[in-house]
Design a protein around this ligand. Structure first.
Ligand code: UTP
Length: 298
């Protein structure tokens, strides 16, 4: 066990992965978007690696119909492994086994996609009364340090619920949960209120919530009381808004680059960004992109 994991009070992360992924239809008709590759790893593995680097040891995967492949990815594959072993493909074999070592995995089902808040609530019987992380698998954060770790540090220092935040353009505020916050001496923010997808004129700031959270179990009681909000869904932001008003929350500014892989353009951009950083494909891809963009300009 690493030193980080020993000190860590937040060891469990809930991954809500039961959404319908309608922006990717027809691809998501039978394949979970969480299994779409980022270069050669599925997006959900990139999330699991950030979690492990942050000291998380246990995952609660909230899934639904068509999401079975996510759980298979974190399980052993004896037939495949036997073939790779027989053929002496040692590197591929270890890449196939690696995800099984990342986490202890538990899963639960959200029977109907009634919103992110509803998905988080589905994990309540497993989480119980301990503080826990929530990681949205659509949000990939590419950086030097695992971003979730900074949120866990802020929780350990203050005992409060924590959200990831980033500054967005004025025309983007209506796509995000937006916080009302004041900067602290340590560079984080004290959050007193938040609103889901506000009109730009009503937005309390341009600080948007990123898909990383560290939450007290109190949030489950608040979710129980939350009625369907925007889009008829039970919104996590509505419960967090109540939590922020009740006891305050902390916002930790994004470190690194965030890719929203829940939309097609963001997903393709993420793949290009990760691939350019990968020595096995980066140089060739760079050359091809330069050719393509050069051809377009001429
Ligand atoms: P999104 O609304 O961005 O994802 O939810 P979606 O619903 O899957 O995609 P679209 O909008 O139809 O294209 C953010 C996160 O919350 C999860 C999603 O899986 C995603 O990780 N989620 C959302 C649930 O687990 N259950 C829900 O009912 C809704």
């Amino acid at each position: 066990m690493t030193e980080t994991a020993k000190m860590c009070t937040v060891r469990l992360a809930v991954i809500p992965a039961a959404g319908l992924g309608t922006r990717f239809l027809p691809a998501t008709k039978s394949i979970p978007k969480e299994m779409f590759p980022i270069v050669k790893r599925p997006a959900i593995q990139v999330i699991a690696e950030e979690a492990q680097g942050s000291g998380i040891t246990d995952f609660v995967m909230v899934t639904g119909r068509t999401k079975g492949a996510i759980l298979d990815h974190f399980d052993r594959a004896p037939e495949l492994e036997a073939v790779l072993e027989r053929d002496g493909k040692v590197d591929v074999l270890s890449a196939v086994i690696e995800p099984t070592h990342l986490m202890n995995m538990t899963s639960t089902r959200q029977h109907q996609a009634l919103g992110l808040g509803h998905a988080v609530l589905a994990a309540r019987p497993i989480v119980g009364d301990r503080p826990f992380a929530v990681m949205l698998p659509d949000d990939l954060v590419q950086g030097e340090q695992p971003y979730l770790r900074a949120l866990i540090d802020a929780h350990e220092a203050t005992g409060k619920g924590v959200v990831g935040i980033m500054e967005v353009r004025p025309d983007e505020v209506s796509s995000y949960g937006i916080v009302q916050a004041t900067e602290r001496a340590d560079g984080n923010y004290d959050i007193s209120d938040m609103v889901e997808k506000p009109d730009p004129a009503d937005a309390p700031s341009r600080l948007a919530i990123v898909g990383r959270y560290v939450l007290p179990s109190r949030v489950f009681e608040l979710l129980e009381q939350t009625t369907p909000g925007k889009g008829g869904e039970i919104q996590l932001t509505d419960a967090l808004c109540a939590l922020a008003k009740e006891e305050g929350m902390i916002g930790v500014p994004l470190s690194g680059v965030r890719h929203d892989t829940g939309n097609v353009e963001g997903y393709i951009t993420a793949n290009v960004a990760y691939a350019l950083n990968d020595p096995s494909v980066g140089p060739g891809l760079k050359q091809r992109l330069q050719q393509m963009l050069g051809d377009e300009d001429s």
